[in-house]
Design a protein around this ligand. Structure first.
Ligand code: GAP
Length: 443
């Protein structure tokens, strides 16, 4: 949303995130660790709001999708069956001189070699496939049979739990299973802030359908997911879908379409919608020996359900929300402000109560206490009121409530709108209803 004259750059986003405590390098005091990020007090609120909205729309508002929360480490056979042990790799090369490792398809970004005498060219090895799963050891023994992997996608436990969840939740085809959680990939070149990380979160939903209905359900979920992103407040011109060409398809996918966002560095995927066919259920049947087909209760037909998957990157969508919200507004007379124009639905802080003077702290705190029953409401009494408004603008708080000396007399406060900066007097007793209505309008 940044104005034309001051386009948003990744440097501005990274700097605001560090300055205001949205997102910063993990282990920062030790110099950080490439590909790992920590979410601070505002970042965790933003992320939690996004996840809660996704869960609300995908699980709670439907009676044909149920949720799970599975272990991050699952049985090692899972990844053999899913094809990740064999196929989940990127071709990489090493430089024999500086020992750095690069993706073979991204050598144009390798930069200069700083270890060779008489040349700044890297001395590359032949490309080799590098498996992206992060490995760990279970138990104290060094026995190789106890090697396990952190899940590289959250969906596989949905497939291994499919039978139990279908039976216990008494679901019939078509229905879906959803999960939000951490995934891990040993990316060779993490980059673009949180965009390509080694630890990240996915919000995935696997929808199990009869083979004759896969096309219609793919279209259904494609439309649902685009609508979801539009409801987050993304401008339609910064969002598009792009179908994968045959040579781009992941090993499990029959058809795939990405939801892409226009980041400062390019159009890039924030969510994938995939027709995975019966790849996963058939593979897990073969590797586990457990039958995962279903029988239609009416026709008695037995079949392996086809799977339509929606897979949203939570961190990438958060990053897109930060980029999309960022604005530097020229206020005239050499004045300007940085304002994060988050939709009230996902804004980390919804309201801020600001007493005009510290002498009004007690009644103002009482107003904040009441609003906190329903919303994340901050309280700030330090600095002049203009500076306090700017602080709230910069973190995207949609409304500020100012308690002044007249409030003591008339029982009213000033509500200031973040975007228009307009102010109105509202009775303290009407605040909850006003914000409830405004929140509802934002839905
Ligand atoms: N289960 C299907 C699956 O994992 P994917 O396209 O590999 O499909 C889905 O990943 C989403 O997960 C992507 O659209 C992206 O938003 C997110 N994602 C994947 N790799 C990521 C990474 N290294 N860092 C951050 N997010 C990532």
């Amino acid at each position: 949303m940044s104005s034309e004259s001051t386009p948003v750059t990744m440097d501005k986003i990274v700097s605001l995130c560090a300055r205001r405590g949205f997102i910063f390098p993990s282990g920062d005091i030790y110099g950080g660790i490439n590909g790992f990020w920590d979410y601070g007090p505002l970042g965790v609120e933003l992320k939690n709001n996004l996840k809660a909205l996704w869960w609300q729309r995908v699980v709670r508002e439907r009676d044909d999708v149920v949720g799970i929360d599975s272990a991050i480490i699952t049985h090692p056979r899972t990844w053999e069956a899913s094809g990740h042990t064999e196929n989940f790799s990127d071709p990489m090369v090493d430089c024999r001189s500086c020992k750095k490792r690069f993706r073979a398809d991204q050598l144009q970004d390798a930069g200069a070699c700083d270890s060779r005498e008489g040349s700044s060219e890297h001395d590359f090895t032949e490309p080799r496939n590098f498996n992206l799963m992060l490995q760990t050891q279970i138990g104290a023994s060094e026995d190789a049979s106890l090697v396990a992997h952190l899940r590289p996608e959250t969906c596989q436990p949905i497939f291994t739990d499919f039978k139990r969840v279908r039976e216990t939740a008494r679901q019939k085809i078509p229905f879906g299973i959803a999960q939000i959680g951490k995934a891990f990939r040993n990316e060779i070149t993490p980059r673009n802030f949180t965009f390509r990380s080694r630890e990240f979160e996915q919000a995935e939903m696997e929808f199990f359908v009869h083979p004759s209905e896969r096309e219609q359900w793919f279209a259904h979920w494609q439309a649902e997911r685009v609508n979801f992103h539009l409801a987050l407040g993304f401008a339609s011109e910064s969002l598009r879908t792009r179908a994968h060409a045959d040579d781009e398809l992941a090993h499990y996918a029959k058809i795939a379409e990405d939801v892409e966002f226009l980041f400062p560095f390019d159009w890039q995927e924030i969510e994938g919608i995939h027709d995975r066919g019966d790849w996963d259920l058939s593979a897990h049947t073969e590797y586990s020996g457990k039958e995962l087909s279903v029988t239609d209760p009416e026709t008695k037909e037995s079949f392996v359900p086809m799977v339509i998957e929606t897979s949203m990157g939570v961190d990438r969508t958060c990053l897109a929300l930060l980029v999309s919200a960022y604005d530097e507004e020229d206020l005239g007379d050499g004045d300007s402000r940085t304002v994060m124009r988050f939709s009230p639905l996902i804004a980390p802080v919804k309201l801020a109560v600001l007493p005009l003077s510290k002498k009004l702290a007690e009644p103002a705190r009482e107003v904040a206490r009441n609003l906190r029953r329903d919303w994340n409401c901050s309280y700030d009494e330090s600095g002049n009121i203009g500076r306090r408004y700017r602080r709230q603008d910069e973190i995207g708080t949609p409304w500020c409530v100012t308690y002044d000396f007249d409030s003591e007399e008339d029982g009213k406060v000033t509500v200031r709108d973040r975007d228009s900066m307009e102010q109105e007097r509202v009775a303290v007793g009407d605040l909850a209803n006003l914000f409830r209505e405004r929140m509802e309008t934002a839905r």
